[in-house]
Design a protein around this ligand. Structure first.
Ligand SMILES: [Zn+2]
Length: 180
């Protein structure tokens, strides 16, 4: 079974073997799982802080939990967008609620934004002919055309040959073993 899907991690198109498959590669699946674990860890730290009734935390803590920069937090504090108080010129505490509003942990998309503008290299030297694709990846011509349509991969005809960009085709079939 081959189901066209968009990888939940890198945003690339790929062919999945099962309906449940969400990632184009083991690498993407494990990166996504690492991100999820990191997020859970940060969420736990935050839950613990809130459970203890702590309403203000240091910038260092905020940077760790909300994965932002000291400068971003300072800017929000200076523009009074986040509640805070100072106990000395150098020691600043920021509001947990304020931070949560600006850097929501649970709603944060773990998925990388798919590339919106794609430039295709249609130079024949960087393309496969359809025939080459069928041989290289062991896929029938009609399937190749079907996938090209499904994934909106551009094709270009020169003489008797139809060309498709190597990069896109390799990406699409990278789970399959090349026959050459
Ligand atoms: Zn991926």
């Amino acid at each position: 079974m081959q189901i066209p899907k968009v990888c939940k991690y890198c945003g690339n198109n790929f062919l999945a073997k099962t309906v449940k498959t969400g990632y184009c590669s083991h690498q993407c699946a494990s990166s996504a799982s690492n991100d999820r674990k990191k997020l859970e860890r940060r969420q736990k730290v935050l839950d613990r802080i809130k459970a203890a009734g702590t309403e203000y935390i240091t910038i260092t803590e905020a940077v760790k939990i909300f994965t932002t920069s000291r400068n971003t937090i300072r800017r929000l504090v200076i523009s009074k967008k986040i509640g805070h108080f100072r106990i000395s010129p150098k020691r600043l505490f920021v509001s947990v609620k304020g931070l949560e509003a600006f850097f929501p942990l649970r709603d944060k998309p773990v998925v990388a934004a798919p590339k919106t503008t794609q430039v295709f290299d249609m130079n024949p030297e960087h393309c496969y002919t359809i025939g080459e694709i069928t041989k290289r990846f062991g896929i029938t011509e009609s399937s190749v055309y079907k996938h090209i349509r499904q994934f909106s991969i551009p094709i270009r005809q020169i003489g008797n040959y139809v060309y498709a960009p190597k990069k896109e085709i390799d990406k699409l079939y990278n789970n399959k073993k090349a026959r050459i």
